[in-house]
Design a protein around this ligand. Structure first.
Ligand SMILES: [Zn+2]
Length: 218
């Protein structure tokens, strides 16, 4: 039986059982406040972002102790790749390879072809890896790409006794069941999300957004 568990979510499994019965433990619980990204890996991400422009590029970064050591370029398998990204499942499975080498999932990267390197409401809604750094490369100025890193942490979702999201919520572009509001906080920002499920119940969720220092160097 093939059973894999990906990067740990709170309260979920932190290990994987491979096809030959080995147990692989993920070590991605520790969060980093500073990410060191060697220049060649950074250049590879930027090159990939240019290559798929105006679609979003994406992939995984593995490493140790806050230092990136390898890059896993992914295919973006989202339906609308100009607005969203979804890392292909084969690349997600590579986590097992690097966990065996004692590396952890350090970052998940994607590009913003036209906008700044700040997480969108869609990025917040799809952030399932609280321990990973979400690296965003912006090509808004194509000759001067910009990279920033973020921790995105989803707090629990709860149903709200309301027919409509709060008046100040804005519907997320391209989504007919998701509304968001961005709120600045002392050390970053947070998104408040409202999602209407297929039973017409409105769920509210808070996603905290905190910047991680990204140092591009050798
Ligand atoms: Zn994004």
């Amino acid at each position: 039986m093939r059973r894999y568990y990906y990067a740990a979510r709170p309260g979920k499994k932190r290990s994987a059982i491979t096809d030959n019965g080995n147990v692989v433990k993920f070590m991605d619980r520790a969060t980093v406040k500073r990410l060191s990204l060697p220049k060649d890996l950074y250049n590879a991400i930027v090159t990939q972002a240019h290559a798929v422009y105006p679609e979003e590029a994406c992939g995984l970064v593995a490493g140790r102790d806050g230092r990136a050591t390898s890059l896993y370029q992914a295919s973006n398998v989202a339906e609308d790749r100009r607005r969203y990204y979804v890392v292909d499942p084969q690349t997600l499975l590579r986590q097992i390879d690097f966990a065996k080498r004692g590396e952890m999932l350090l970052a998940i990267y994607h590009s913003h072809p036209l906008s700044s390197p700040v997480p969108s409401a869609t990025d917040a809604a799809g952030a399932y890896y609280p321990a990973a750094v979400y690296l965003i490369v912006s090509l808004a100025n194509p000759t001067q790409p910009a990279v920033r890193g973020w921790h995105l942490r989803r707090m629990g979702a709860w149903p709200v006794q309301a027919l409509f999201p709060a008046a100040e919520a804005v519907r997320v572009r391209g989504r007919d069941n998701l509304w968001a509001r961005r709120v600045a906080t002392g050390d970053g920002m947070r998104y408040i999300l409202w999602r209407r499920d297929r039973h017409n119940i409105l769920w509210q969720q808070v996603v905290t957004v905190q910047e991680v220092v990204v140092v591009v160097g050798d």
